[in-house]
Design a protein around this ligand. Structure first.
Ligand SMILES: [Fe+2]
Ligand SMILES: [Fe+2]
Length: 289
């Protein structure tokens, strides 16, 4: 059995963080020891050098976990028009030393990182024509599970957030279905949410898991959504399963498991919510080595 543990963090917005929250997150990540830390954008508040430096200091403290990231709309300079047009991702690339798009393979898992931001848009996310086709040209069929990560969400809980969903989401979800994507993870709205694609995209036959992480560190939280992150455990056995546990921060800056969902994949490659799995069933297992 192969079990991979990915800590999905989003929207830290360095420049708006509190030291106690940073320490609380570092402490729980140290205990959980994820194989990989995946950051889905808005790493900084205003793409300033000192904010990227704070992000680098945080990443350096993550120990042996590999770290990969995609940019968010806040990671592109806003006021500096020259920088925005000619080198919008310089700060991000200086820290993460990685391409804006890439496929990460971890044993039987492939994580496809995409860039849904643009120097021409301040907030909304989209992919340019032919961008997605290009990113999916190479086949990763040898991987048993494929996760796609980008900043702007595919689904949300509140109507007020509909305007923040990825603009070309209907085209994108059709392509993800064709390429056997299993799960799509995002951030941006600072409101954690998990669903199956059939809820918002009933015309798509194969059900995929759509997950949005809240803000892991920023003081820019929303009502009812404290700082949080998601622990995603991927079992790439013959019958793959994915367990997602959301960790919320309490008043004492401790992150602890709050909600767990388990999904399994059927013979048609559709994902199903395992409703027999009791929420809270495995919560006492955290933190664990
Ligand atoms: Fe954000
Ligand atoms: Fe954002």
């Amino acid at each position: 059995m192969s079990l991979l543990r990915v800590a999905h963090l989003s929207d830290p917005h360095f420049g708006t963080t509190r030291l106690e929250v940073v320490d609380g997150l570092l402490n729980i990540l140290k205990e959980i020891q994820p194989t990989l830390v995946l950051l889905t954008g808005d790493i900084t508040q205003r793409a300033r050098a000192n904010q990227f430096k704070a992000a680098k200091d945080f990443v350096d403290l993550l120990g042996s976990a590999a770290v990969i990231a995609v940019p968010g709309n806040h990671d592109i300079p806003l006021g500096n028009i020259y920088a925005r047009i000619f080198h919008p991702y310089k700060g991000y690339e200086n820290i993460f030393k990685q391409k804006l798009e890439q496929n990460i393979v971890l044993e039987d898992l492939c994580i496809t990182c995409l860039n849904s931001t643009s120097r021409w848009r301040h907030v909304q996310g989209d992919f340019q024509n032919s961008y997605l086709e290009k990113q999916f040209q190479e086949s990763y069929s040898h991987c048993k599970v494929r996760i796609v990560a980008f900043h702007h969400p595919m689904d949300c809980a509140k109507h007020v957030d509909d305007k923040n969903l990825l603009k070309g989401r209907n085209k994108a979800i059709a392509l993800f279905e064709r390429h056997n994507v299993d799960m799509i993870v995002s951030g941006h709205i600072h409101h954690p949410f998990i669903s199956l694609s059939e809820d918002r995209y009933p015309h798509i036959q194969r059900k995929m898991i759509l997950s949005v992480a809240g803000t892991c560190l920023s003081s820019r939280t929303r009502a009812g959504a404290p700082n949080s992150f998601n622990m995603i455990e991927i079992n790439t056995d013959l019958v793959p399963s994915i367990t997602l546990t959301r960790f919320d921060m309490d008043l004492w800056f401790h992150f602890s498991p709050k909600e767990t969902h388990r999904f399994s994949r059927d013979a048609t490659l559709s994902w199903n919510h395992d409703l027999s799995f009791q929420e809270g069933e495995n919560l006492t297992e955290y933190p664990r080595q």
